[in-house]
Each structure stands twice: as structure tokens, then as C-alpha cells.
Design a protein around this ligand. Structure first.
Ligand code: NAP
Length: 255
């Protein structure tokens, strides 16, 4: 049976770890041709090796999403290799240093915003330009967070960046809907990835059980559970879905 992303050319940033890596494997299973980017080339290469073993076509690239020239190069390479770009998952992000708002350093603020917000904007800027040029629409999913909907004490820069991603997503949805380009965001709850491991380490003494207690499903999410949602949003099965910051949060926002 054909996959829901059969033949589509998809770009994934932050593809070397956690949610990005799990999503790359799901996209491969669903038939996508992949352009995998990460700031650590070896990490993206490892993901590529895994998807190639599963029979997918793809390439990896080192790219820092906070650098416009890197992002422009990524989209150019995708088009030079596969002739077009159909979908993108703008997922690379960092958690930054934990600090209350009045103690957050300028350096931390600018670094988090540069990667999590400017990085997503750079990606959208290059991807949308290509999608408009080639015609036929497209689908973009950005990674926001539950911290893109609610406050996140101890993470002012992270929270501001993820709210920014939700706003950018809505704005671009309104701007490019008439061209058939759908733009959504996923807002993950706590997902078992290296990033969450670092966050739990920051919150000294907090156990996984304590983290999971605030979730109606009483467990952490797995990165594949985000990847499945992203694959659906990028596929034609979600053809009337755009402008959503979509929580994938174990029911957190039902409370
Ligand atoms: P992760 O395991 O740390 O993966 C993030 C990947 O992005 C890493 O490979 C990282 O490389 C890469 N990266 C960092 N800065 C980059 C840059 N400037 N350019 C390109 N790649 C860069 O984290 P994750 O949990 O999968 O997070 C993925 C996304 O989900 C992030 O946007 C995060 O904010 C969001 N999110 C995560 C959770 C969660 O609970 N895990 C919840 C809500 C939202 P390095 O490892 O070298 O830094």
C-alpha cells in the first residue's frame, strides 16, 4: 500500500536527534524522499543511514538554522537533488539555560530566539519562496510547544520563542493559503528525548513520574507520537488543515 507521503520531497531540521530523527523514520516509512539537516553533520548522517536501511532515498546536510546562508543552501540542495520541495518540518530547537525572567542573560535570550524563532522564520522564508516558484502548494509544519500556548516558568526565552512560532505559523497560513500552501505547528508536551533529559536534569530532584503526573495520560510522550502527527499534517490527508498550533500533549490542555 502506498504511504501517505509517497514521492514527496521533505526537509527536516534537527533531524539528528529526538523528535526530528523519529519523524524522519516515519516520513521514510510513508514514502517521502528526505533532506535531513542538523547542526551536527554526523547526527544527521546517522539518521540518514537508518532511513536508507529502510529503503528510503535521501541526503543529509550540516546546517545551523540560525544562519540564513545555511538555510538558503539547504533548500537549494533539496531542489538541486530532487527537483522540488513538497513538505518541511522546521523542528530544530534548543531549550536554553533555565532562569527566571529577571535573571535570564541577554546571551541566552538571543541564542534561544535566534535558533527557535529566527531559525523557523528563515526556514519558512526559503521554503515558501521555493513552493511559490514551483507551484502546486506545499505543507509546512513548525515545532512549537505547549510552551507556545501557556507560560513556562524558568524558560522565558524558550516560551517567547515558541509563542513566536505559533504566531508566525498563523500569519503565514493567512498569507499563503490562496497558493495551496498549508502551514501548521505541533505543540508537543513532554517527550522522551535528549532535550527532555537535560530539562529534567535542570529541575533537580524532579523524576519522570512527577513530570508525567501533570499529564492526563500519566506518561511522557514518545518522539514517534509527534512524528505521526507531523506526517499526517504534511500529507494530503490533512488537506483542509492549516494555521493550527496543534497540541500533541497527552491531554494537558484539556485540564
Ligand atoms: P533534541 O533531542 O535536543 O533534538 C534537537 C536537534 O536539533 C538536535 O540534534 C540539535 O543538535 C539540533 N539543533 C540544535 N540547534 C540547532 C541549530 N542551530 N541548527 C540545526 N539544528 C540544531 O530535542 P527534541 O526534544 O527532539 O526537540 C525537537 C524540537 O521539539 C525542538 O524545537 C524543541 O523545542 C521541541 N519540543 C520538545 C519537547 C520535548 O519534551 N522534548 C517538547 C516541546 C517542544 P544538538 O544536539 O547538537 O544541539
Amino acid at each position: 500500500m502506498a504511504g501517505i507521503l509517497d514521492g514527496k520531497v521533505a526537509l527536516i531540521t534537527g533531524a539528528g536527534s529526538g523528535i526530528g530523527r523519529a519523524t524522519a523514520k516515519i516520513f521514510a516509512r510513508e514514502g517521502a524522499r528526505l533532506v535531513l539537516a542538523d547542526i551536527v553533520a554526523e547526527a544527521a548522517q546517522e539518521t540518514l543511514n537508518a532511513v536508507k536501511q529502510a529503503g528510503a532515498e535521501g541526503l543529509y546536510l550540516k546546517a545551523d538554522v540560525s544562519r540564513w546562508t545555511d538555510v538558503e543552501g539547504l533548500v537549494a540542495k533539496a531542489v538541486a537533488t530532487f527537483g522540488r520541495l513538497d513538505c518541511a518540518f522546521n523542528n530544530a530547537g534548543i531549550e536554553g539555560e533555565p532562569a527566571l525572567t529577571h535573571k535570564c542573560s541577554e546571551e541566552n535570550w538571543h541564542r534561544v530566539l535566534a535558533i527557535n524563532l529566527t531559525g523557523v522564520w528563515f526556514c519558512m522564508k526559503a521554503e515558501i519562496a521555493q513552493m511559490l516558484k514551483q507551484g502546486g502548494g506545499g505543507a509546512i509544519v513548525n515545532t512549537s510547544s505547549v510552551a507556545g500556548i501557556a507560560g513556562a516558568p524558568g524558560g522565558p526565552a524558550y516560551c517567547a520563542s515558541k509563542h513566536g512560532v505559533a504566531g508566525l505559523t498563523r500569519t503565514a497560513c493567512l498569507e499563503y493559503g490562496k497558493h495551496g500552501i498549508r502551514i501548521n505547528a505541533v505543540c508537543p508536551g513532554p517527550i522522551r528525548t535528549p532535550m527532555l533529559g537535560r530539562i529534567m536534569g535542570f529541575t533537580k530532584g524532579t523524576t519522570e513520574e512527577q513530570f508525567a503526573r501533570s499529564e492526563p495520560l500519566r506518561r511522557l510522550g514518545e518522539p514517534e507520537e509527534i512524528g505521526e502527527a507531523v506526517a499526517w499534517l504534511c500529507s494530503d490527508r490533512a488537506s483542509y488543515v492549516t494555521g493550527l498550533p496543534m497540541p500533541v500533549d497527552g491531554g494537558f490542555f484539556a485540564q
